[in-house]
Design a protein around this ligand. Structure first.
Ligand SMILES: Nc1nc2c(ncn2[C@@H]2O[C@@H]3COP(=O)(O)O[C@H]4[C@@H](O)[C@H](n5cnc6c(=O)[nH]c(N)nc65)O[C@@H]4COP(=O)(O)O[C@H]3[C@H]2O)c(=O)[nH]1
Length: 655
């Protein structure tokens, strides 16, 4: 039998040794049955897998097996199934998705390593357990029950659900569950493929948040504003209603950023956003458009006046300081522009644009103000844009010039100083008053190069006058805007220009308006000290309008107070005692602080007499001279001594 077998050409040569081993073991009595899986050549000539089983059925006299009988069952299909099963098991083991097999009562029958990794449970731990061990509190129990019902009903189910990790934390899963049938028992099983999408969802949410919300204030951003505005417009169109967009810009916010740093600026923005939310109410959209610009959407309006009222409420709310912490608070006001649907525009972008235009009008009305859009504002806004463009080219086109207004010393009877005032004669726009182009230059930062030009030009003129014999003590006063003081390296610029013209620093006086010193106290103070060291003197312009306190002024290294024209206007009026009292008090107060006083806008002999009587040091105004071009002013200076007696009362009666 052994030799027959060895030569049997039907058995696959590779399997022959195995078959032989099995047979020998059987013949030796080591196996009770001969059993073996091997390949044989089929009738079609192809190899087939068979499971052969057999026993001895005939022995010879000495007991050796002579014949065997048995079966050879084709197991091609079984072998294939087994191989598939092994591949499947291997695939499952290596799959990154967690896979679990459940019985029809949702108990675990099998699970792969990815399942263990995701859930924190060892495979052995969960076998036999109900899947409910993974339920999280984020869903009510009914949710899980409903999912089971759906799986039972549909045989295939997919969805997302929160699950609880063994360590107690929840994770979000994307699940796919399919019913399968156990080929052996014909029992219904479920195969559950799960992936942990917590992180993906977090990133998605973050991206969605970033795309729609401003991370600094948590308010909707411009995109989200447009989205909500579109919805509000659709709603208003349907109901025939009205809605308003309020566009807000925080006045002088840039100065806060410049003088206190961006971190403080950010805190102010956050506090302003909160204040806005508080006034407007949670049910209405407050958005941050960019920088210090915000928008409010007021829907369901019955009258345009409601939008005005809301704007006023916002302005009132911003009267109170924004409290950043126990030590820091800021007073900041918004300027507000209003546009209305359907009156002014039909689409979000136009509504926002018109509200922005109206906001500029509000700013020009003196900030802390609101304005409702009207079509003529577009013309203004276009003019503004074209003026800015023209202003950028004003220096190179030589459209700028300075005029000089003399200031008379009331006790010495001489011209003590001249104030340089900027004029713009634009080729495109004609003569534009400083009250219009200076704010534009400040808003755009153009004031920095313009201001430097003014300083240089004023010094050049003074040098020329001095060379022509002007009083060497004559001072040149130059206006400096907040932007220049806070944002440029002004002390360096001033030092450089003085050096360039070889002028002693004492002849230069910088005029700063009072509100700058008040609202940017610390940074302004530091800079003023630098000027003091440089030897340049400082005047506080428009004094009386900014509510400076005496103790505050005392801390400042300043030399002169310029009393605002609004007070001087009334000093000689018979029925205006307030202005007279304020002016005389300022003069007296300044004297105790060792400061000189200049009265601005003196137009009449009576005003001058009042000022002389009350010991004001210097007067400036049309009564003495209008601002004059350089040559005219030089002539004025040369002839002034002869006219001093004409202005001044030789023996003023003390007040
Ligand atoms: N009604 C009347 N007005 C008088 C009288 N005396 C003087 N004025 C006007 O009052 C203003 C005084 O200048 P300011 O208060 O510094 O106010 C200035 C100043 O704040 C600003 N400004 C002018 N030039 C410059 C500059 O070079 N740089 C900066 N930053 N601001 C400037 O523009 C403002 C307006 O300048 P101006 O239009 O030249 O107006 C000047 C002057 O012409 C008077 O008796 N009656």
């Amino acid at each position: 039998m052994h030799t027959v077998l060895a030569k049997d050409p039907r058995i696959h040569p590779d399997d022959l040794p195995h078959v032989r081993r099995q047979l020998v073991a059987y013949l030796r009595g080591e196996l009770s049955v001969f059993e073996c899986e091997h390949r044989i050549r089929g009738e079609d000539g192809d190899w087939q897998w068979v499971r052969t089983r057999g026993r001895a059925v005939m022995h010879n006299a000495n007991g050796r097996v002579r014949r065997m009988a048995g079966t050879a069952r084709n197991i091609d299909t079984l072998r294939e199934l087994e191989s598939q099963r092994q591949i499947a098991a291997e695939v499952l083991r290596n799959m990154r998705e967690s896979v679990a097999v459940l019985d029809d009562e949702f108990h675990f029958i099998a699970a792969n390593p990815a399942f263990s990794q995701m859930s924190g449970y060892d495979v052995d731990e969960v076998i036999g357990q109900d899947t409910a061990i993974l339920n999280s509190d984020r869903h009510p129990p009914e949710f899980y029950q409903a999912a089971r019902d759906a799986i039972r009903r549909q045989a295939s189910w997919s969805g997302e659900m929160w699950q609880r990790h063994k360590d107690g934390r929840d994770f979000l899963c994307a699940m796919q569950c399919n019913a399968i049938e156990d080929p052996g028992t014909r029992q219904r099983l479920y195969m559950l493929v799960t992936s942990d999408i917590t992180e993906r969802r977090r990133i998605e949410q973050e991206l969605r948040y970033l795309a729609n919300f401003d991370p600094l204030t948590g308010l909707p951003n411009r995109t989200q504003l447009a989205e909500r505005l579109s919805q509000a417009i659709v709603q208003a169109r349907r109901s025939g209603g009205m809605l308003a967009v309020l566009f807000l810009d925080l006045d002088n916010f840039k100065d806060i950023n410049d003088s206190h740093g961006h971190a403080t600026g950010d805190r102010v923005l956050r506090a302003a956003a909160q204040r806005l939310r508080d006034v407007v109410g949670a049910q209405r959209t407050v958005a941050r458009i960019s920088g210090d610009e915000f928008a409010v959407v007021l829907d369901n309006l019955t009258a345009a006046e409601e939008a005005d009222r809301c704007a006023r409420r916002i302005l009132d709310a911003f009267e109170a300081p924004l409290q950043l912490d126990e030590r820091h608070e800021f007073v900041i006001s918004p300027s507000i522009g209003i546009s209305l649907f359907p009156d002014h525009a039909q689409v979000p972008t136009d509504l926002i644009k018109h509200a922005d235009t109206a906001m500029y009008r509000a700013k020009r009305r003196g900030k802390r103000n609101y304005a409702r859009y009207s079509p003529d504002m577009d013309r203004d806004s276009r003019r503004r844009t074209s003026r800015i463009a023209a202003l950028r080219r004003a220096i190179e086109r030589e459209e700028l010039s300075l005029v000089y207004q003399p200031e008379l010393h009331l006790t010495q009877g001489r011209i003590h100083s001249v104030e340089a005032l900027l004029r713009w004669n634009s080729t495109d726009h004609g003569t534009v008053p400083p009250g219009e182009f200076i704010p534009l230059a400040e808003e755009t930062g153009l004031i920095i190069p313009l201001g430097e030009w003014v300083l240089d030009q004023a010094c050049r003129t003074l040098v020329a006058w001095r060379a022509a014999g002007a009083d060497p003590a004559l001072k040149m006063a130059v206006n400096i805007s907040a932007v220049q003081l806070l944002r440029s390296d002004l002390p360096d610029t001033v030092a450089r220009i003085l050096q360039r013209h070889a002028l002693p620093p004492g002849v230069l006086e910088l005029e700063l308006i009072e509100s700058v010193l008040m609202s940017h106290a610390e940074q302004a103070l530091r800079r003023l000290h630098v000027f003091r060291e440089l030897g340049v003197s400082i005047a506080v312009d428009d004094f009386g309008t900014g509510y400076s306190s005496l103790s505050y002024l005392h801390r400042l290294p300043i030399d002169t107070l310029k009393i605002d024209k609004t007070f001087i206007d009334g000093v000689a009026a018979p029925d205006d005692h307030d202005d007279a009292t304020i002016t005389s008090t300022i003069i007296a107060m300044a004297r105790t602080l060792g400061l000189a006083t200049v009265a601005e806008g003196v137009e009449t002999p009576a005003q001058l007499a009042f000022l002389q009587r009350h010991g004001c040091d210097i007067a400036q105004g049309f009564h003495i001279s209008r601002p004059l071009p350089g040559d005219d002013c030089q002539h004025f200076l040369e002839t002034a001594p002869a006219r001093a007696g004409h202005w001044l009362d030789p023996a003023p009666t003390p007040a």
